[in-house]
Design a protein around this ligand. Structure first.
Ligand code: SAM
Length: 190
């Protein structure tokens, strides 16, 4: 499933490529195994910066290893902390933010994103997103607390001012209702 219409992560990367330019500052809010961080690191070039957060030791290790293997570690700040604390670490405006919610595959499924902290982090990301920038949120509602996270995120985002933000959903009509889906938030202007 490695074409952009079957694989939601590839689709997300394709959308983000439309806005990320060389030298941009961007954020991976959930580092996991580092695949999204690697994509971002390639996209921002040698003058750009990628912030990459995770609360899990394994994710920090895996992301560091992947970026190191690709010789791109110097443009990435890997931060062992929750994304709900991002404002402590980031001062400059961001062009793109990826939230890939849920738990780390093949790891402890109890360590996962949670509705309350996800909504706090989304609020902070909206505050530091540059005009013309994008936030992507991939939601997996099939796991325990996934449905409440989906509802909390949708409730929060549907109230954003439509004169300032475009909020779009990409989902599969012909898969099970809990199949992952994508929300894209675009800050107007820029
Ligand atoms: C679906 S995985 C991310 C996949 C990853 N983007 C990749 O490319 O491999 C979700 C990750 O979110 C992390 N996570 C859970 N709560 C978090 C929080 N409050 N802040 C940052 N990361 C969190 C988990 O530890 C897990 O590694």
């Amino acid at each position: 499933m490695n074409n952009i219409f079957s694989n939601i992560n590839l689709f997300t990367h394709n959308i983000l490529q439309a806005v990320i330019k060389s030298g941009d500052h961007v954020l991976d809010a959930t580092a996991g195994n580092g695949h999204d961080t690697l994509f971002l690191a390639k996209s921002v070039g040698s003058q750009g910066i990628v912030y990459s957060f995770d609360i899990q030791e394994t994710a920090i290790f895996n992301t560091s290893a992947l970026l190191s293997e690709h010789h791109l570690l110097e443009r990435v700040r890997i931060i062992h902390d929750g994304h709900e604390n991002m404002v402590k670490y980031i001062s400059k405006g961001l062009k793109a933010v990826i939230f890939n919610l849920g738990y780390l595959p093949k790891s402890d499924h109890q360590v996962k994103t949670l509705p309350e902290t996800t909504v706090i982090a989304l609020g902070q990301a909206l505050d530091i997103l540059l005009p013309g920038g994008l936030i992507t949120v991939t939601i997996y509602s099939g796991h325990e607390s996934g449905e409440s996270e989906k509802k909390a995120v949708e409730e929060y985002l549907k109230n954003l001012d439509k004169t300032k933000w475009d909020v779009l959903i990409w989902s599969f009509l012909n898969r099970i209702p809990t199949a992952p889906f994508l929300i894209v938030i675009h800050r107007r202007g820029g």
